[in-house]
Design a protein around this ligand. Structure first.
Ligand SMILES: [Zn+2]
Length: 489
């Protein structure tokens, strides 16, 4: 079922609001801007296939991550999901949370998870077991169907970028590129046309399944390395098609990895409650809070913000010096742009799940978790703020590493209404302690980045067009010629 919240949230008091508006978010905006100086954008995750040499506990962690990933149906972050396996007396309770999903949707996703785990359970208790390849097809089609919105996005991107890659091959040196072009053509014809109509059907899932098989074959061939090198040279040539192609095929093949992991897990833990006696509950998503700068719409400058990141006068002067050199990147303009945006901070799924564990019977004691494995799986690596939060609040709980990106729609869990005043002030104090430590970590990183990025050089302005497709030197044709040779060995 979808559980109730842990209590009645108490609105933030004026001093808590001031802490956020004056001491936490301004350095965070500066940190995000510094992070973006000289960077090419978000770091993208890559999925590796499950491998046999993981320890049992690591395999279990991968299993929870993939289960969460299976539930992350849509792009843009709202469906990012976290998951833990709680050992109860007679069953395992899979407990899930998502960043921003309404109750009706949470109920639907819960049924979807039960249905996928039910297929695995039947395969364990049914005397007539299905072969893994049959099970693979059934699960892959089901999971692709559930994720069809996200999958359609990847197919659109693949379709667009494959055309650009083929065009780039043709322009460069048609006679020597037959292998790469051939592979790209083969994949192109397999992209289901149903993508254009947005139809959700079994036929759609089946054809995406076939495309994923073809992608796996391509990834086992030498063409993959050549395209990898082309992608690495994208920036140099002011194109993005090769890396976008790589990203799209990587995201599609990730669904196959989910299925492989689930099948492997149901073999490993066939005799346990994990697949025999289980239930699934979802926590309600948090209510988004208003963007704290709505009431203070004039952005501060880097110089002003730096005045509050540390109490040490000398350090402030040094930091301001670094920041003034970074104005060549229009640091203040970057800050202004972020500040004037409108974000609604919410509690990220993994933090929500941790908060529920900490505030329910048994807390985060090892015995509460399946096999004493204290782990919260997530559909994505942790953002930088969640990484800080776990480090401060629950360093013993295993989570995925951070991708270091910063998202403003982030806040810590609500303070709940306490039975008496004394308890309320203890809860308020705890909130402030955590936020002060979070602020400290952010400020520490601001100081570090100011120093690190001081020496960055601004790239030439003439070289910043991103929509140009042509390749201006012979790097690509050299790579492709080498591939032709490799292909003919
Ligand atoms: Zn996060």
């Amino acid at each position: 079922m979808v559980l109730d919240t842990l209590g009645t949230p108490v609105p933030l008091n004026p001093s808590q609001q001031t802490l956020l508006r004056r001491r936490f978010f301004p350095p965070l905006v500066l940190l995000k801007s510094l992070n973006d100086v000289g960077s090419s954008g978000d770091r993208r995750e890559t999925d590796a296939p499950p491998h046999a040499h993981q320890r049992p506990e690591e395999k279990f962690q991968t299993f929870l991550n993939k289960l969460a990933q299976m539930c992350d149906y849509r792009p843009k972050g709202g469906t990012i999901t976290a998951c833990a396996a709680i050992q109860q007396e007679s069953k395992v309770l899979y407990i899930f949370a998502s960043n921003d999903r309404g109750k009706p949707e949470l109920k639907r996703v819960r049924n979807d998870v039960l249905s996928v785990l039910g297929i695995l359970r039947s395969n364990i208790i049914d005397p007539q077991k299905q072969q893994d390849d049959v099970l693979n097809t059934v699960l892959l089609e089901k999971i692709l169907s559930l994720n069809n919105v996200r999958v359609r996005g990847y197919l659109n991107s693949l379709d667009k970028n494959i055309q650009l890659c083929i065009a780039a091959c043709e322009r460069e040196n048609p006679s020597s590129q037959i292998d790469v072009q051939g592979t790209l053509y083969q994949l192109q014809v397999m992209i289901p046309q149903v993508v254009l109509t947005g139809q959700k059907s079994n036929a759609f899932a089946r054809s995406v399944g076939r495309l994923i098989n073809a992608i796996q074959e391509y990834r086992d061939s030498p063409v993959k390395d050549v395209i990898g090198r082309c992608a690495a040279a994208d920036k140099e040539h002011n194109v993005v098609c090769w890396s976008e192609f790589q990203h799209a095929v990587g995201r599609l093949v990730a669904y196959q990895y989910i299925v492989e992991t689930l099948i492997s897990a149901h073999h490993i833990w066939a005799g346990t409650d994990l697949f025999r006696n289980f239930d699934v509950d979802f926590l309600p998503s948090s209510n988004p809070h208003p963007w704290p700068f709505k009431t203070k719409p004039t952005a501060e400058t880097a110089e002003e913000i730096i005045g509050r990141v540390t109490g040490q006068g000398q350090l402030i002067s040094k930091c301001r010096e670094h920041a003034s050199k970074l104005q060549v990147f229009d640091l203040d303009g970057m800050i202004r742009e972020e500040w004037e945006g409108s974000f609604n901070p919410c509690v990220h799924a993994e933090v929500l799940l941790l908060d529920w564990l900490q505030n329910t019977e048994g807390g985060i004691q090892p015995h509460r978790f399946f096999n004493n494995w204290r782990y919260i799986g997530t559909s994505k690596p942790l953002c930088r703020l969640c990484h800080y939060y776990f480090g401060i609040v629950a360093p013993f709980i295993g989570v995925r590493p951070t991708h270091n990106n910063i998202y403003y729609p982030w806040r810590i869990p609500d303070v709940y209404l306490a039975p008496n005043e004394q308890e309320q002030s203890t809860r308020d104090k705890k909130w402030s302690d955590v936020m002060n430590q979070m602020k400290f970590r952010v400020c520490e990183e601001v100081i570090h980045l100011l120093e690190e990025k001081d020496g960055y050089k601004k790239p030439h302005d003439s070289n910043t067009t991103t929509d140009r497709i042509g390749m201006t030197d012979d790097v690509l044709s050299g790579m492709l010629t080498r591939l032709s040779l490799l292909g003919r060995r």
